[in-house]
Design a protein around this ligand. Sequence first.
Ligand SMILES: C[S@@+](CC[C@H](N)C(=O)[O-])C[C@H]1O[C@@H](n2cnc3c(N)ncnc32)[C@H](O)[C@@H]1O
Length: 292
Amino acid sequence: MKKPTAAEASLSRQTFNRLRDLVREHAGIDFPDEKRYLLESRVKPRLLAQEVPDFETYADRLEQGDTREIARLVNAVTINETAFFRHPSQFEALEDTILPELVRLHQQEWSGPMRLWSAACSAGDEAYSLAILIRDTIGPRHPRMDYEIVGTDIDTEVLEEARAGRYRKRSVRNVPPAYLRDYFDRSGEAFVVDPAIRDMVEFRPLNLTDAQDMRRMRNFDLIMCANVLIYFNETSKKNVLQGLYRSLRPGGYLFVGGSEALGELDVPLEPVRHEGALAYRRPTNGSVSSRA
Ligand SMILES: C[S@@+](CC[C@H](N)C(=O)[O-])C[C@H]1O[C@@H](n2cnc3c(N)ncnc32)[C@H](O)[C@@H]1O
């Protein structure tokens, strides 16, 4: 009888459990039972690339500690949907109230650059949106302020796209026409971020569920961590939120996705509503029992 090939391989319940445990352990991403076929379709190209005949052999290889392949598996299962100015009301709140407040605090009490972090930045759209906003609005009004903008993601392939700064029309659909004119160049069908904006952002790999990675991120004035907590289970989500809380400077702000609700929080972040946008602020006297 002919041996089945990788293209014909199917993911049994048992091997699904093994692969989903690996993904959860290395990225915090949770695949509930009903997402078995999604995991199967995301992982199958890895079987073909690695020339292994079935999911069982592939899982064996990962469990033996093939760290390069584990990173590729994580790249394969992440959902990277993003866009510039994805939640426009958040950027309005930043321009109208939050960034001016942070500038004031810097001028009166804080030293050093204003530090902004796009956590789980995918292809960089959000980090560059922040850079454009700073460059166009707050920067000219406060020419002596310095800014550091960091974009991080667990997916190393998507970070390469972020560094390249080339986008399709769909990604820039929310960009105001004046920003599109001033901060993008056209190259055929692509919209390419202006080098001056690209130079404002540093992209690095970071796993939000890795305590060591998170300890390196401190004293941020603003963190945008949108549309990623939804992929974690309750325990990972709780741990990530604690990490983000510690990464904020007292008085700093956190945004999650426009339609994400954090529910009951076990970190003392204060919800602050700005028109249509909900932000979370770390109180100036807040603390959290620290494992960091
Ligand atoms: C749906 S995208 C959201 C992108 C952007 N934040 C936005 O709202 O447009 C989710 C991103 O989270 C990243 N991600 C998933 N698990 C992660 C983890 N454990 N640490 C860091 N990034 C992670 C994925 O690689 C993906 O790029």
